[in-house]
Design a protein around this ligand. Structure first.
Ligand code: NAP
Ligand code: HSE
Length: 429
């Protein structure tokens, strides 16, 4: 057997500790699969006195994580600190410059600086791997890179944030408030250091940008992702959606439409019994449509130390075996610069919840807004009188245009019969 592959782990929180435990617990199995022992030689964390559920016997603890990037006894630097700037970016750049392989779970870093880091890794002849950056334990990056590589990808859509899926499903099941459930997700180690990254859709946007690049062979462009989060989703909308056979999910979606790339993140209604509709709790799911294979669905735990550590260790094993590939599968100088598609031109069906005065003539008034925008309505249902005495009217549309729906919602909001601005959600069938 060859000499051990020597690993340094920067950051020993949920993901770093999860990674260390897998390397220690499955040592013999990993050595057999990688063809050489995997040995953690050094770690770094912010507070060396913090109590942690990990064994550090025989492992050097470095005060400054940067030291790992230049240590002569380290072959692979695993970055699990987080953040798209500061220490994480500095040490990843330093490690690559020092011809060390890098494995990271840091989707913010890869979505924003992945192209430059990939070019650096290519130049230095080392691996930059980030399976753990998208969908936790689901091997979606490996699948796009190899198992589905024969296909022209038509669409990729997924539940990519465990925190949001946990919040949305727990709100529905336990009738609990958003803030209360978010606190649980933080305690369970699913949420980002700044949980607004989760609930405002930013984390999903990072993941969409990475998947899009791998799926469509384009340079990652996170600034082109349309992003909406889940803060405005109420238990009322979750329940109304359920009564029509839908569940509300935060989806990340990428499609190539008329040669233009549309990347979007937003809450939407999906059929309750569909592959994405049935995904509960912190689980993630990714649905890929390829021209040859058709639809493939991947499902699994999207967050937490075990699942994310599993993805990191898979990347380490690939390095141990000597696998080598450009980080985004296609060499960085071959990645396409896609033109972003405007969301306004998107065609889809929509859910609108209108809060209207409960009085005669209201129906005639608000339906004029749909007629004026040539929106074909599928159904109109009055569901309840809310606490503010407004009638809650749910409108589901047929396929129509995004911009037309936005204009109709604005017209309705401006009517004297309107008690509150309409809630508009896309339906993804
Ligand atoms: P975390 O639990 O907050 O852990 C971060 C670790 O980094 C901590 O051990 C912290 O040290 C250490 N750290 C912070 N600043 C440091 C510094 N200057 N030098 C050395 N160490 C430093 O975060 P996490 O949840 O494991 O997430 C880590 C990364 O993985 C992030 O990029 C995140 O987006 C990504 N990720 C997380 C998950 C998940 O389920 N949590 C899943 C996929 C990807 P102390 O422990 O001493 O504070
Ligand atoms: N905060 C992220 C989530 C971690 O909740 O999905 C996994 O990337």
């Amino acid at each position: 057997m060859s000499s051990p592959l020597r690993i340094a782990i920067a950051g020993l929180g949920t993901v770093g500790a999860g990674t260390l435990k897998i390397v220690q617990q499955n040592a013999a199995l990993l050595a057999a699969r990688g063809g050489r022992a995997i040995e953690v030689v050094a770690v770094s964390m912010r507070d060396a006195n913090k109590k942690r559920d990990v064994k550090l016997d025989g492992i050097r603890v470095e005060k400054d994580a940067r030291a790992l990037a230049s240590a002569s006894d380290v072959d692979v630097v695993v970055e699990t600190i987080g953040g798209d700037e500061g220490i994480a970016r500095e040490m990843v750049e330093a490690a690559l410059n020092n011809k060390k392989h890098v494995v990271t779970a840091n989707k913010a870093l890869i979505a924003k600086h992945g192209l430059a880091l990939a070019a650096l890794a290519e130049k230095q002849g080392v691996v930059l791997a980030f399976e753990a950056a998208v969908a936790g334990g689901i091997p979606i990056i490996g699948a796009l890179r190899s198992g589905l590589a024969a296909n022209r990808i038509l669409r990729i859509a997924g539940i990519l944030n465990g925190t949001c899926n946990y919040i949305l499903t727990t709100m529905q099941r336990e009738q609990r408030d958003f803030a209360d459930v978010l606190a649980d997700a933080q305690k369970l180690g699913y949420a980002e250091a700044d949980p607004s990254f989760d609930v405002d859709g930013i984390d999903t946007a990072h993941k969409v940008a990475i998947l899009t690049s791998l799926a469509f062979g384009t340079a990652p462009n996170v600034s082109a992702v349309h992003v909406e989060g889940i803060r405005r989703i109420s238990i009322a909308d979750i329940e109304y959606a359920a009564s029509f056979g839908y569940r509300i999910k935060l989806l990340g979606i990428a499609t190539m439409e008329d040669g233009k790339l549309l990347q979007r993140v937003h809450p939407c209604l999906v059929p309750s019994a569909s592959p994405l509709g049935v995904i509960d709790g912190p689980f993630n799911a990714v649905q890929v449509e390829g021209d040859a294979v058709g639809r493939v669905v991947f499902e699994g735990r999207g967050a937490g130390g075990g699942p994310t550590g599993s993805a990191i260790v898979a990347d380490i094993l690939a390095i141990a075996r000597g696998d080598s590939y450009p980080p985004f599968t296609v060499a960085t100088n071959q990645l396409l610069q896609a033109t972003p598609a405007p969301l306004d031109a998107h065609q889809g069906s929509y859910y609108l919840r209108l809060s209207l005065k409960d009085e005669p003539g209201v129906l005639a008034e608000f339906t004029r807004a749909f007629a004026a925008e040539k929106i074909s309505v599928h159904s109109i249902t009055q569901r309840a009188i809310a606490a503010d005495a407004s009638a809650q009217v749910i409108v589901l549309t047929h396929q129509t245009n995004e911009a037309a729906v936005a204009r109709a919602a604005k017209r309705i909001a401006e009517l004297p019969i309107s008690v509150a601005a309409p809630v508009v959600l896309r339906i993804e069938n």
